[in-house]
Write a protein that binds this ligand. Sequence first.
Ligand SMILES: [Fe+2]
Ligand SMILES: [Fe+2]
Length: 134
Amino acid sequence: MTFLPWSEDYKVNIRVIDNEHRALFDLVNALHLEISQGKGERVVGSTLSALIRHIEEHFPNEEKYMEQCGFPGLRHHVSEHERFAQTVRRFKQQFDDNPDRLNTDSLLNTLKNWITGHILKSDREMIPYLRGEK
Ligand SMILES: [Fe+2]
Ligand SMILES: [Fe+2]
Protein backbone atom coordinates (compact mmCIF):
# COMPACT_ATOMS: atom_id res chain seq x y z
CA MET A 1 0.00 0.00 0.00
CA THR A 2 1.15 3.48 -0.83
CA PHE A 3 2.33 5.32 2.26
CA LEU A 4 1.08 8.71 1.12
CA PRO A 5 -1.55 8.28 -1.58
CA TRP A 6 -2.40 11.23 -3.80
CA SER A 7 -6.01 12.16 -4.26
CA GLU A 8 -7.97 14.85 -6.05
CA ASP A 9 -8.76 16.36 -2.64
CA TYR A 10 -5.26 17.84 -2.58
CA LYS A 11 -5.71 19.80 -5.78
CA VAL A 12 -5.41 23.57 -5.70
CA ASN A 13 -6.09 23.74 -9.45
CA ILE A 14 -2.86 25.43 -10.46
CA ARG A 15 -1.09 22.91 -12.62
CA VAL A 16 2.44 23.90 -11.58
CA ILE A 17 1.62 23.71 -7.88
CA ASP A 18 -0.36 20.47 -8.17
CA ASN A 19 2.54 18.90 -10.06
CA GLU A 20 4.99 20.03 -7.40
CA HIS A 21 2.74 18.61 -4.70
CA ARG A 22 2.52 15.30 -6.55
CA ALA A 23 6.30 15.23 -6.88
CA LEU A 24 6.50 15.82 -3.13
CA PHE A 25 4.22 12.83 -2.52
CA ASP A 26 6.43 10.75 -4.85
CA LEU A 27 9.54 11.70 -2.90
CA VAL A 28 7.97 10.83 0.45
CA ASN A 29 6.77 7.50 -0.95
CA ALA A 30 10.23 6.78 -2.35
CA LEU A 31 11.74 7.55 1.03
CA HIS A 32 9.22 5.30 2.77
CA LEU A 33 9.97 2.46 0.38
CA GLU A 34 13.73 2.83 0.74
CA ILE A 35 13.50 2.91 4.53
CA SER A 36 11.16 -0.09 4.69
CA GLN A 37 13.42 -2.04 2.34
CA GLY A 38 16.38 -1.23 4.55
CA LYS A 39 18.27 0.60 1.83
CA GLY A 40 21.62 2.01 2.79
CA GLU A 41 22.67 5.39 4.00
CA ARG A 42 23.62 6.67 0.54
CA VAL A 43 20.21 5.94 -1.01
CA VAL A 44 18.13 7.27 1.88
CA GLY A 45 20.40 10.31 2.32
CA SER A 46 20.14 11.26 -1.32
CA THR A 47 16.32 11.02 -1.34
CA LEU A 48 16.20 13.10 1.82
CA SER A 49 18.41 15.70 0.12
CA ALA A 50 16.17 15.64 -2.96
CA LEU A 51 13.15 16.19 -0.73
CA ILE A 52 14.79 19.23 0.89
CA ARG A 53 15.74 20.65 -2.52
CA HIS A 54 12.19 20.11 -3.70
CA ILE A 55 10.53 21.95 -0.83
CA GLU A 56 13.08 24.77 -1.09
CA GLU A 57 11.98 25.17 -4.70
CA HIS A 58 8.28 24.60 -4.17
CA PHE A 59 7.71 26.97 -1.25
CA PRO A 60 8.87 30.17 -2.99
CA ASN A 61 6.95 29.17 -6.14
CA GLU A 62 3.76 28.78 -4.17
CA GLU A 63 4.36 31.99 -2.22
CA LYS A 64 4.70 33.85 -5.54
CA TYR A 65 1.21 32.74 -6.57
CA MET A 66 -0.13 33.81 -3.20
CA GLU A 67 1.48 37.20 -3.50
CA GLN A 68 0.15 37.69 -7.03
CA CYS A 69 -3.45 37.01 -6.04
CA GLY A 70 -3.28 39.13 -2.90
CA PHE A 71 -3.71 36.24 -0.48
CA PRO A 72 -3.86 37.89 2.96
CA GLY A 73 -2.48 34.88 4.85
CA LEU A 74 0.86 34.99 3.03
CA ARG A 75 3.05 35.97 5.97
CA HIS A 76 1.67 33.29 8.21
CA HIS A 77 1.96 30.80 5.37
CA VAL A 78 5.62 31.67 4.80
CA SER A 79 6.31 31.02 8.47
CA GLU A 80 4.60 27.61 8.25
CA HIS A 81 6.86 26.79 5.31
CA GLU A 82 9.95 27.98 7.15
CA ARG A 83 9.16 25.97 10.27
CA PHE A 84 8.61 22.81 8.27
CA ALA A 85 11.76 23.28 6.16
CA GLN A 86 13.67 23.72 9.41
CA THR A 87 12.17 20.49 10.81
CA VAL A 88 13.15 18.50 7.73
CA ARG A 89 16.67 19.96 7.74
CA ARG A 90 17.00 18.93 11.39
CA PHE A 91 16.07 15.33 10.53
CA LYS A 92 18.67 15.43 7.76
CA GLN A 93 21.25 16.77 10.19
CA GLN A 94 20.49 13.91 12.62
CA PHE A 95 20.81 11.48 9.77
CA ASP A 96 24.13 12.95 8.68
CA ASP A 97 25.44 12.86 12.25
CA ASN A 98 24.44 9.23 12.73
CA PRO A 99 22.09 7.48 10.30
CA ASP A 100 21.39 4.71 12.81
CA ARG A 101 19.95 7.13 15.32
CA LEU A 102 17.44 8.72 12.99
CA ASN A 103 13.90 7.90 14.13
CA THR A 104 12.54 6.94 10.72
CA ASP A 105 8.95 6.45 11.96
CA SER A 106 8.97 9.90 13.40
CA LEU A 107 10.46 11.33 10.18
CA LEU A 108 7.91 9.63 7.91
CA ASN A 109 4.92 10.45 10.11
CA THR A 110 6.02 14.06 10.49
CA LEU A 111 6.27 14.37 6.70
CA LYS A 112 2.93 12.71 6.10
CA ASN A 113 1.01 14.65 8.74
CA TRP A 114 2.43 18.02 7.86
CA ILE A 115 2.08 17.66 4.10
CA THR A 116 -1.50 16.39 4.14
CA GLY A 117 -2.65 18.89 6.79
CA HIS A 118 -0.84 21.80 5.18
CA ILE A 119 -2.11 21.23 1.65
CA LEU A 120 -5.69 20.49 2.68
CA LYS A 121 -5.95 23.42 5.02
CA SER A 122 -3.36 26.10 4.33
CA ASP A 123 -2.57 25.72 0.62
CA ARG A 124 -6.20 25.36 -0.35
CA GLU A 125 -7.04 28.59 1.46
CA MET A 126 -5.65 30.52 -1.50
CA ILE A 127 -8.11 28.99 -4.00
CA PRO A 128 -10.84 31.65 -3.78
CA TYR A 129 -8.20 34.38 -4.12
CA LEU A 130 -6.73 32.70 -7.19
CA ARG A 131 -10.18 32.52 -8.70
CA GLY A 132 -10.74 36.19 -7.96
CA GLU A 133 -13.66 35.35 -5.70
CA LYS A 134 -12.09 37.17 -2.78
FE1 LIG B 1 2.37 23.61 -1.12
FE1 LIG C 1 2.15 25.91 1.39
